[in-house]
Every structure is written in C-alpha cells, then in structure tokens.
Ligand binder design. Structure first.
Ligand code: ADP
Ligand code: MG
Length: 824
C-alpha cells in the first residue's frame, strides 16, 4: 500500500453530494463550483502522494474545471467520477473511512456498504438513537428528548416553526433602519470593546458602498472569530446610534465556500428548550439532514407524486429545513402536509374496511308504526334538519353493512331526540341499544329525558332504581337501564347479568359501558354522545362487543366537512344545521372580577323573574379532588355571604351518583335558583329555564369548552346571558374571550380554537389514536381534498395495500398509526 494520502476529501464530497441532491444546478457554492474547485485543487494537488490518483486528478480537470459550462448530463457523470476519485483518495489514506452518507442515489450504494461506520447500530438506520450522531452527548440527547426528538428520524422530521428571511442581500449603503436585513461585508477590524458598561465585541466592516459598525453586547469572546479581511455575512435588525447605522447582535457567519446556515438565506427557527441554542440546533439539524435524509425512503407512488405535483420526499425534507426560496419552502410543506393527510386517510380507510367487511351487521326493519307514534308524541315537531338526518340514519340501519355515522350538530340543535328514535328502532327490531355519554351527569340526564319522552307514549310498567320498563309503545315492554361507574358492585353485577340475558333493551351509561365486564346479548346500535372525547380506540372496542353494531357518534364540535371526513373518514357524515325555532342569540360579556358584584346583582334579578343560573367554578387541573373542594368552598361562600336568601345547589365530579341525580333533578324542577358546579356541566346539560351562565376564571378554558358552557343556556324562549369573569388573562386567553364574546357561531369558534391550540390538543389526537399532524394545516381544504381523493383512489385499486409497489407505503401507514396512538 502506498503511503497515506493527506487529501481532505470531506469538504468537496459534501458539496458534490449537495449538488447532486439539487439536480446539478450549480447553486451549492456561492459563486459557483468552479471557483471553489480552483482554490481547492491548488491546496490539494501537492498532498496527493499516489501517482495514479494524480493522473486521475488531472484527467478530471479538477484544477481547470468548466462545470458551469456543462449541461446536466455531463455534470452528473463528472460528479460521479469525482466522487469515485474521492473515495479512492480516502481509501488510499488507509484510515477508517470517515464516511459521509451521500445525499443521492448515485452514490448510495457506496455508502450503504460502509454506513456501519457511522452508526454503530447501523441496522436501525434512521431509527437509531440521536446519540449516534457525532457530537451528540447524552446531555444534549436529553434536551432533544424534551422536544420529542429521540431518533435520527425524529430530528430529520423536526421541522422549524418558521424561517427568518435573510435571503435579500443589501449593500451597506442600502440598509434601512429597523428592518431585518443581510449584508456581505469584509472585516476591517475586530476588537473587544466597552459597550456602555459591559464588555462586548465591536467590529468594523466594509463593502464597496461604505463601512459600518457591528456590535455584540456581553459577548467579548466573539471578537476572535473575525480575522481582518474575512468575508462575513451578517443578518439581523439594523438600528441607529448617533445617526450611524449599526448592526446590533446580528446573526453572523464567515463565508468560507460552504453553505450558509445562519445568515444570507431563509434561516430556520426551531422550537427550543432550556440550554439549547438556536445556532447549535441549526448546526446539528443541518448536519443530520445533509447526512441522513437520503436514507428516508420515498413511499409515495411515482404516479401520485406526478399527478399531485409533489416534491420527492428527501428533497422536501431538505427544503423544509433549509429552503432555497419561498417557493421551494411552500412546495416542501405541500409534500409533507400531503403525506400526513394521505397516511391518515389510508389508515382510516383501512379501519373502515376492516370492520365493515370482517362481519356483516344487522339489517333492521324500518317503518314500524311504533316509531311514528313516538315522533307524534313529542312536545315539538322535528326541524327539517332533524328529519333529514333521522332518515339518513334509518336508511343506514336498513343495510346489513353496519352503520358508522357521525352526527354533527350545534349545541342545542336537538341531537338527543334523533338518537332516541334510532335506539327505539333497534329495540323494536329485537336488538339492544346503548347510549354512551362522556360524564355520569350527562348519562343520568339522558336517562332522565328519555324516560320523560317515553312516558308521553307509554306508561311506566315497572321501576327499580336504575331500571325502568314501559308498556304500550311496542307489543312488548321496553326496558331502560342506567349503568354508571358509581353504582355499587352488587348493582353493577346485577345489571351486567340482565344486559347479558337480553332483558334490558336500552342501556344508558358512560364509557364504563364498553368495559370488559359488560357483555351484550344482542347489541344492535351504539350511540356515542360527544365524540371529541371518544377515540378511535373506544370505537373499535365497541365494535368488538359483538354483532357488529350500527354506530352513531354525535358531536357538537362543528368541524368543516372535508376535515371531518379526513379525521373521521371511517364515518359517514350527517349534519343538523338548524336550531329549533324561537332560540335567541345569547348575550355574552367578559367582565373583570371587580364587577363581580354587579354580575351577582344581575343573577339575582333574573332569578327574581323566575329564571335560573349556572355558576361554573374554575378549572383546576391538578386533581378532581382539589377541584371538588374548591367548588364546595365557593358554594358555601355564595350560599352564606352572597345569596343567603336563594336556594343553591352544588354539583361536582366526586359526588355519589344519587346525590348528583338529586341535585340535577331539583334544578330541573326549578327548586334551585343557582347551580354551582365544577366544569362537569360542560357538555349536554339541558335545562331550558336557565338563562344565565356565569363562568369564573373563564380564561382557563378552551374556546370550544366556553362555547359548550354557553350552550347550556338559551335553550328556551327567554333571552339568555353568558358572563365570563377573568382576571389578567394572557394574550391568548384574551383572544379566546374576545372570540366567544364576538361570535355565537360554533363553527367559527371551532376553527379559531383549532388555530389557537393546534390539532393535537383540539382533537386530543393522542387519546383519539390519530397520528400527529405537524405540517398539515387543517384549514387547507384543497390539500385535504386532494389527499383524501388520492387515498380513496389508491385504496380502491389496492385495498389493504398488498401490491409490491405499495410495500413501502403500507409500512409507512403502519408506522405513523403506530406512533400516533398508545393503544396498539
Ligand atoms: P344537543 O344537540 O345539544 O344535544 P339536545 O338534544 O339536548 O341538544 O336538545 C336541546 C333542547 O332542544 C332540548 O330541550 C330538546 O328537548 C329541545 N328540542 C329538540 N328538538 C327540538 C325541536 N325540533 N323543537 C323544539 N325543541 C327541540
Ligand atoms: Mg347533547
């Protein structure tokens, strides 16, 4: 073997790999590759100690390059040859190959044979721990973990929040005060200086248009970075000092024939955590993206990419971090957002197919007289929207393919009665029905109101605690039961038994209903109230409860249709887009707590006029116990000090079920003027005589939650009011309060909520089992539609993604759905 070569292959290799990644457009090096090569060749030639390498070096014309003049094919061939040469030069060095993973397929084979050198657990590739990356200590890894970054893949997919636009370069003379700008200048002199009463760095730079001062307060150690005559890129805000323009603490970067990271371009801004600095994170991400992105397999079928005009995946990832321009940044986002929505949709379609085809459902006989009798008996006529939606539901239940429908309707639009009609149809067909609510109080309320509705068309035959039978609607009696977690073990056991034996027709309960112990005899329809707390997981558990029941999910969270179809794509959609007649707009006011006594006076007047009011105690996140205690204290204060003359009730999540039911009952019957409650009344409570909703510490609640509270009033014909008390809300809290004050439209509020909180929290995606959405903007309807249509078409042509060309795609679907939920 010849003596070791001293050629430093790394810089050129990096550049060439970038160049091939960028399709040989000669943008990798500022001023062009040729300029770089000439300089590089002079330094390198003397270090080549193998005659053979030198021959090839000359053949490749590395010292006299004309890359700029060539067309793409020629450039491509030449780059490949040079990379080969570099590999040999490196091999000649005899050292362990300092492998730099190539950024494109031309050289991929070379690296894959040696990639073990970079990743000790190389077989894990992108899923290796971040500590595999040179320079990532356990300490740094801990900080990254706080940002959710554990593996190389996480880091590659750790996208910036936004970019600083430092791409527009100016001359010193052109700089304007108070704007973010970039200059390329030459260092004239750099020194440690006293700036005010601190030590800092002060340098003078110049370009052909003038000179200026640049200062960094408190960072004297920077001075050594700026040798005289160095070319320096500076980006940041320009200020004025003694009528001179100055850069104060700008981002800086020496221009040394390498790509810019911190200046002079669109510079990424990453989420940070304590002890992690922007420059450090940018350097790290840049290195990892350059070295590893080529390993990310592009799982999208070629035709899809072409049809939808999408970038290749590695390219999109690179551009999402370090975009060449605003345009490529937008294209990168489009590709990555498309992926998220497309994968989400494929997973959802797969689930739908899975349960629709695994076993047939029950085709019900619709059009029995009993249901008409029930509808006629109601104290009101259904709105047109209710009628339409009921028809849609019944049409589904006629099929042997199980229904899977999402019923959307604004708070107070009357979803419950529609659900009850459907449950009665199931019972009429000899099947069981289940109605599940998110809280016990709500389950109790449903139990109560269904009993009331039934007693209008039939007579009570029998009642024992939580079980109640009615005669006269069907040829046989209908039996209703309430099953909640707070029943005694014995009562529960008894009820389980009766459900299992088919003695109970309609069970109303909380999610306890889908726990293992409950076996149905013949479950035909399951209705889930308030979907946004009810995940994919629970849905699938429910389906396993036998007989592949029809499923109806009700939600008051009004999300745009396309979005609903994407997120709940396994469901068909029905919308009640009309409120019962006579509802009035609710007047909403946000007050500072110093006006609390005025609010109390107002309550008092409403109650004197025969109305009722809710007072919601603050949300306390630590524990339900503390929250309950706080509510008790508030209830006592209000009863003793503020409204000693009125009758108040208290409701919190820690009360025994019977007490809760008792309080609700008294409130419904008008025996209580004010109901003091923890946020448990958020959903569903229906007391039409209540006209005031007062919410304490309103800024702690989310928008949709506030809208739900407000939905508890305005259910009758009287003018209703919502009073929001909030002390010193954060800017975001302020924005929420203003939004609720200004609009009644749940749809608009939901969009706003989505925007403020992001989809993860809004939908509780963790708990719902949906994969994360990071790049997708849920308001981007065209892209949602595009992704959905593509997914449907693909799924149609290859259900189950069994074809070999969809293998990568199937893997990716499995991967994102696995990491999305905790339930698999
Ligand atoms: P939500 O959709 O929020 O669950 P509910 O089902 O609780 O709404 O209904 C709200 C109130 O409106 C209830 O008191 C219910 O009896 C009443 N209601 C439902 N439908 C109608 C209708 N068509 N006309 C008048 N009142 C109705
Ligand atoms: Mg409801």
């Amino acid at each position: 073997m010849t003596a070791p070569s001293l050629v430093d292959v790394e810089p050129l290799r990096t550049i060439l790999e970038m160049e091939c990644q960028r399709n040989y457009v000669d943008t990798t090096v500022m001023g062009g590759l040729d300029k770089f090569l000439r300089k590089w060749a002079v330094e390198t030639r003397d270090k080549i100690n193998s005659p053979q390498l030198l021959v090839h070096f000359n053949e490749l014309q590395l010292a006299e390059p004309s890359y700029a003049a060539w067309d793409t094919d020629r450039r491509k061939a030449w780059v490949k040859d040079v990379l080969d040469w570099l590999a040999r030069a490196e091999g000649a060095a005899g050292a362990a190959p300092a492998i730099k993973n190539p950024a494109c397929s031309v050289v991929a084979s070379r690296a894959s044979s040696a990639s073990g050198a970079r990743s000790p657990n190389g077989d894990k590739g992108l899923d290796s721990d971040v500590t595999v990356v040179k320079g990532v200590s356990a300490n740094l890894a801990n900080k990254l973990a706080r940002l959710g970054v554990k593996t190389i893949r996480d880091l590659v997919y750790f996208f910036p929040r936004r970019h600083l636009d430092y791409s527009q370069r100016k001359s010193i003379a052109e700089l304007e005060v108070d704007e973010e700008q970039t200059i390329l200048a030459t260092v004239w002199e750099a020194r440690i200086a006293r700036l005010g009463n601190q030590r800092g760095t002060e340098i003078t730079v110049c370009d052909e248009s003038g000179t200026m001062r640049v200062v960094w307060f408190n960072q004297p150690y920077l001075a050594k970075n700026f040798p005289t005559n160095a070319q320096l890129m500076l980006s940041g805000r320009v200020t004025e000092f003694k009528r001179q323009k100055v850069f104060e603490s700008p981002e800086w970067e020496l221009v040394e024939d390498k790509e810019l990271i911190h200046t002079g371009r669109l510079v990424p801004v990453y989420p940070l955590t304590r002890g992690l600095y922007p420059r450090q994170l940018r350097n790290l991400v840049k290195r990892v993206v350059d070295n590893w992105t080529w390993q990310v397999a592009d799982f999208l079928p070629q035709e899809t990419k072409i049809r939808c005009q999408l970038l290749d995946l590695p390219e999109a990832i690179v551009q999402a971090h370090y975009p060449d321009s605003h345009l490529t940044k937008a294209e990168a986002r489009k590709r990555l957002a498309f992926d998220e929505l497309f994968l989400l949709q494929l997973g959802v379609l797969d689930k739908k197919r899975d349960w629709q085809e695994s076993q047939p459902g029950n085709a019900f006989n619709i059009g029995g007289e009993s249901i008409n009798g029930f509808l006629k008996s109601l104290p009101f006529t259904l709105t047109l929207a209710q009628q339409r939606v009921l028809q849609e539901i019944l049409a589904d239940m006629k099929q042997s393919r199980p229904m899977s429908r999402l019923l959307q309707g604004e708070v107070g639009s009357g979803k419950t009665v529609v659900a009850v009609a459907a449950l009665l149809v199931a019972a009429d067909n000899g099947y069981q029905g289940a109605l599940m609510a998110p809280t016990e109080i709500l389950a109790e309320q449903h139990f109560h109101s269904i009993r009331q509705l039934l007693s209008r068309v039939s007579h009570k035959k029998d009642e024992q605690g939580n079980v109640c039978s009615y005669d006269g609607l069907f040829p046989r009696p209908v039996t209703l039961a309430l099953l909640v977690g707070s029943l005694s073990e014995k009562e529960k056991e008894n009820l389980h038994q009766r459900i299992q034996e088919g003695e109970i027709d309609i069970v109303i309960g909380t999610h306890a209903l889908i726990q293992k112990a409950v076996e149905f005899c013949k479950l035909g329809l399951a209705v889930v109230d308030e979907q946004h707390r009810f995940g994919v997981l629970q849905r699938s558990t429910l389906r396993q409860k036998g007989f592949n029941p029809h499923i109806l999910i009700m939600t008051a969270t009004p999300i745009p249709r396309t979005l609903a179809l994407t997120l709940y794509g396994d469901l068909d959609l029905s919308v009640i887009d009309e409120l019962p007649p006579g509802r009035q707009a609710i007047r909403t006011r946000w007050l500072e707590p110093k006006y609390r006594s005025r609010a109390y006076d107002f309550l008092r007047r409403q109650i004197a006029a025969g109305q009722q009011a809710f007072i919601i105690c603050p949300l306390i996140e630590e524990s339900e116990n503390i929250e309950a205690k706080a509510a008790v204290a508030e209830y006592e204060r209000l009863s003793n000090e503020v409204f000693p003359d009125l009758r108040l009730g208290l409701l919190h999540g820690r009360m025994p079920a019977n007490d809760k039911e008792g309080v609700m009952q008294s409130f419904r019957d008008g025996k209580l003027g004010i109901l003091v409650s923890t946020p448990v009344v958020e959903v569903g409570i229906d007391v039409p005589n209540a006209t005031v909703m007062l919410v304490e510490a309103a800024d702690r609640f989310g928008l949709s939650q506030l809208h739900q509270f407000r939905g508890r009033v305005g259910r009758g014909e009287k003018q209703s009011y919502c009073v929001l008390l909030a002390e010193n809300p954060s800017p975001e809290g302020r924005e929420r309060l203003k939004a609720v004050e200004e609009t009644q439209d749940g749809f608009e509020l939901a969009e706003k909520d989505l925007e403020l909180r992001g989809p993860g929290e809004f939908f509780g995606t963790r708990q719902s089992g949906l994969p994360d959405l990071r790049m997708a903007r849920l308001s981007d309807t065209p892209l949602l539609e595009l992704a959905r249509n593509e997914a449907i078409a693909l799924f149609h042509s290859d259900p189950g993604l069994k074809m070999s060309e969809h293998r990568l795609l199937a893997q990716e679907v499995a991967r994102v759905w696995r990491s999305g939920g905790e339930w698999s």
